[in-house]
Design a protein around this ligand. Structure first.
Ligand code: AMP
Length: 193
């Protein structure tokens, strides 16, 4: 089973992906985590990535598509993938469709974790405080920019996936467990269908 977890910064995609990974033997593919690993390695790509991430902007589509494709190829034994933070643009979504088709893998669902903007803003700021600022892209200024980029470049993916009949929406304002339960029942419904 392959899923996309979709939602604005702070919606809890990473948290939910990790729970699904543990429970269902799926593999989380988080492009944000891949980029942070690159930053931590100190590579040239990592240094450039950090500059872009700290501005709240996106890295080039081709780079992100290549990273995801390599990760899929490097993970042969899995029950499926949870795409977390990818795709974030329509060209990335088109590339993912092509990649999956080429590899003979279905995309079973796109799960939108819907939250309200004010709540999400507060959540990210709490995360920034609690983590002692380990994510340098969680400052209020970068966050505003990330939300703006989300609205412009990522929100158009909702009608894209809705048109394909793949979109399922869960209420991201519930507790972590509550959101997890909703996602679980969507997935259980899919495997019965
Ligand atoms: P995330 O951890 O998913 O919130 O990602 C953190 C940052 O990494 C984003 O704000 C972007 O700067 C960059 N990033 C992550 N995934 C992508 C992607 N699919 N396309 C472009 N940039 C990305």
């Amino acid at each position: 089973m392959n899923l996309v977890l979709f939602g604005p910064p702070g919606a809890g995609k990473g948290t939910q992906a990790k729970m699904l990974e543990t429970e269902r033997g799926l593999t989380q593919l988080s492009t944000g985590d891949m980029l942070r690993a690159e930053v931590a390695s100190g590579s040239e790509l990592g240094q450039e990535a950090k500059r872009i991430m700290d501005r709240g902007e996106f890295l080039p589509d081709e780079l992100m598509i290549r990273m995801i494709s390599e990760k899929i190829d490097g993970t042969p034994d899995t029950n499926g993938f949870i795409f977390d933070g990818f795709p974030r643009t329509v060209p990335q979504a088109e590339a993912l469709d092509a990649l999956l088709a080429e590899k003979g893998m279905p995309l079973d669902a796109v799960i939108e974790i819907r939250v309200d903007e004010q709540a999400m803003f507060e959540r990210i700021q709490t995360r920034a405080r609690e983590s002692g600022g380990s994510r340098s892209d969680d400052s209020a200024e970068t966050l505003m920019k990330r939300l703006e980029v989300y609205r412009k470049q990522t929100a158009p993916l909702l009608p894209y996936y809705e048109g394909k009949g793949a979109l399922r929406t869960v209420d991201g304002m519930r507790s972590i467990e509550g959101v997890h339960d909703e996602i679980a029942s969507v997935l259980d419904g899919l495997s019965k269908a």
